[in-house]
Design a protein around this ligand. Structure first.
Ligand SMILES: [Zn+2]
Length: 204
């Protein structure tokens, strides 16, 4: 038997590349590689091109830092959104979770990470500076912290709170109830929607 080795270098290379993706083990990587092998070559080319295109051409909104095809993202440029309320999240995934609730009508600020000394991510590695600038520029009345529970989320929230103290902006945090997951992504829509509606003044 081949054990960990495959009868083809091409296959081995593809499995290795696919296996680098988060949540994809070697077994899944092999299944995906074999699936792709059975697809029309144009489909696979399209997949490869779209991934390369995403990485090479993706831009970030100059206002909120969210991935966007334009200089300003659709949410920031939507005149129906309340631009005086800014919800601070770790990543685009959280924006999508909150948008799915239909309960939030303000705008966002995407940090692009969370403070995590264990992973070598410090305050300067996430977009807190641009948030402070945004608040200092005026027109922001409330900053809603919607970060994960747990030490990293709390450390990040406290750091942001300190950076914003003195600006006079109201700082709130989404309400946390029993049974909350660590990740906003895994919280159900109803619960997340309620926790945004029930947000409270942030009390470190
Ligand atoms: Zn934006």
């Amino acid at each position: 038997m081949f054990k960990d080795r495959y009868p083809s270098r091409l296959l081995e290379d593809a499995v290795e590349q696919i296996g680098m993706l988060p949540g994809i083990g070697k077994r899944s990587a092999l299944r995906i590689a074999l699936f792709l092998l059975r697809q029309p070559v144009e489909n696979v080319r399209h997949l490869a091109a779209s991934l390369a295109g995403l990485r090479e051409n993706a831009k970030y909104c100059s206002v909120c830092g969210m991935i966007s095809d334009d200089d300003v993202c659709p949410i920031c440029s939507d005149s129906r959104r309340d631009r005086s309320v800014v919800c601070v999240v770790e990543s685009l995934r959280d924006v999508l979770s909150i948008e799915a609730t239909g309960q939030y009508h303000g705008v966002y600020h995407v940090l692009g990470g969370i403070i995590s000394p264990m992973d070598g991510i410090g305050p300067s590695d996430i977009a807190v500076g641009p948030l402070v600038e945004r608040v200092r520029a005026g027109n922001v009345s409330e900053v809603v912290l919607a970060l994960s529970t747990g030490v990293e989320g709390e450390t990040t929230a406290f750091y942001i709170y300190r950076q914003l103290s003195g600006t006079g902006v109201k700082i709130t945090a989404i309400a946390r109830g029993v049974g909350f997951g660590d990740d906003l992504e895994y919280t159900d829509e109803v619960t997340l929607g309620r926790s945004i509606a029930d947000r409270r003044e942030f009390n470190p």
